[in-house]
Design a protein around this ligand. Sequence first.
Ligand SMILES: *Cc1c(COP(=O)(O)O)cnc(C)c1O
Length: 290
Amino acid sequence: MFEKIYSPVDKVKLFPFDNLFAKRDDLIDPYISGNKWRKLKYLLIKAKAENKTHLVTFGGAYSNHLVATAAAASRTGLKSTAFIRGEEVKNEMLFICSLFGMNLIFTDRESYKDKPALFNKNFQDDKDAMYIAEGGASAEAILGCAEIIDELTDAHYDHIFCAAGTGTTAAGLLKGIKKNNLKTKLHVIPVLKNGFFIKEEILKYTPDSAQLLFHTDYHFGGYAKTTPELLDFIKNFIHNTGLLIDPVYTAKMFYAITDLQKQNRIQKHEKILAIHTGGLLGIFGMKDKF
Ligand SMILES: *Cc1c(COP(=O)(O)O)cnc(C)c1O
């Protein structure tokens, strides 16, 4: 499953930028999308090495990670189970998960907080089961995300941008930047409020902050929250560039890029790479907001 990969670097025609590009991880796969494919790669290799045949993981009802895990499991002949935060709901994302054969266990918010306890209670004696953290966060995931940088044939970017939820993808990118001796600055856009803890997470894995820039003002009210301004930005962006972005992650990143240029903190002629981390299925859940 991981032999071939299609993730080109495309120019993004966005005013006023001359040299804005996107790493199209959204094109890797419609369901094992973007950074979730990157994060699962070495986890699946580990599962195989350890003879695990059942992936057990965690997420919210609109989790891109759950869809990715369900699809990856079915394609590699594994079983999959997800603990889902909150009361039972139906939506497009969970529907796709169950089509891929994922077993869905809805879990009240209190029990959901202690994920190792949930795993132990249900799978302690199951030698086939492998625990995968929420969002796929792990050392394996960081290894997979570092490969985004290895793939760049033209490495002379002034700036690389990514959206962050847990910071795992950003930690991998920073690792890749260091490994390849690039001078590029990594700009991280937390998509949730008080996202500064993410910086600590990143530095736990890659303890070097010299090239790391953190922009905590682009959460638009919090995780999965939007404002009329962000929704307008999304409509204009998609119309003008032909590139789909989602309100939860990549829209906040692209908004930050345009805003930082307006503030003169990056320049329109500089070479900029935005990591399109995928996750486009989620936009159907937000269609009523537009
Ligand atoms: C999950 C996700 C992220 C966040 O990745 P982290 O490694 O948790 O920071 C970013 N973008 C998209 C589209 C995602 O689905």
